[in-house]
Write a protein that binds this ligand. Sequence first.
Ligand SMILES: Cc1ncc(COP(=O)(O)O)c(C=O)c1O
Length: 254
Amino acid sequence: MTRIVDLRSDTVTRPTPGMRQAMLHAEVGDDVFGDDPTVNALQERIAALTGKEAALFMPTGTQSNLCGLLAHCQRGEEYIVGQLAHTYRYEGGGAAVLGSIQPQPLVQDAQGRMALPDIAAAIKPDDAHFARTRLLCLENTWNGHVMPHDYVTSAASLARAQGLSVHLDGARVFNAAVANAGEHGDPLAALRDITDVFDSVSVCFSKGLGAPMGSALCGSKELIARAHRIRARPCWRTSRLPAYWPPACSACAL
Ligand SMILES: Cc1ncc(COP(=O)(O)O)c(C=O)c1O
């Protein structure tokens, strides 16, 4: 029998039998009240893995990035982002539509890097004519490339020195961690090396890990509390889709 391996995307992974069993037997509750034990366990686990104080489960990476951007930036502020980054090009302009936040897109090189002088030049002076620049947004991996770690740290330091926060669209950051760790390194330590650079990190369970859906935004307690409020606005009540938490948990090896 011919077995076809679907390599169109890492988003076409399917839940394993173990994940399906976990869905069937999941303990569920109302996440808005904070009493869905499975969601709570997942959030604690992913916060610990990324070295952040807190995490918030989201249905999609798009929503996770959006809540992150809106938690960092107020109306009339802006985020610096790659011209081809997911948070600029592939998220329906959500930050502008729903948050009145302006993206400041910059050209990227073949590895997804924006030139540091371009980032520096894009940070607006404190002047009423300009949107206030609040955030630098990076993506790792980007288009299949692992962003070199020295670039990540340099870009983040540059942004921080100008008072900006730094967000990572880490939809596939586990892949970056495994690549950075190499054959004999510790992928979880490599993950922390990456995530420690950022104020917030969005990770996806549905890309390469086999969960049918699900992402998490990780950051400080304060940032995640703001994101929780933002997530509630489009009436997202996570207990409505309880069947999907366990695959996300098992993707995260809970
Ligand atoms: C880099 C990156 N960020 C975010 C997303 C959004 O994830 P979702 O499809 O769960 O909204 C994707 C989707 O493929 C992605 O590739």
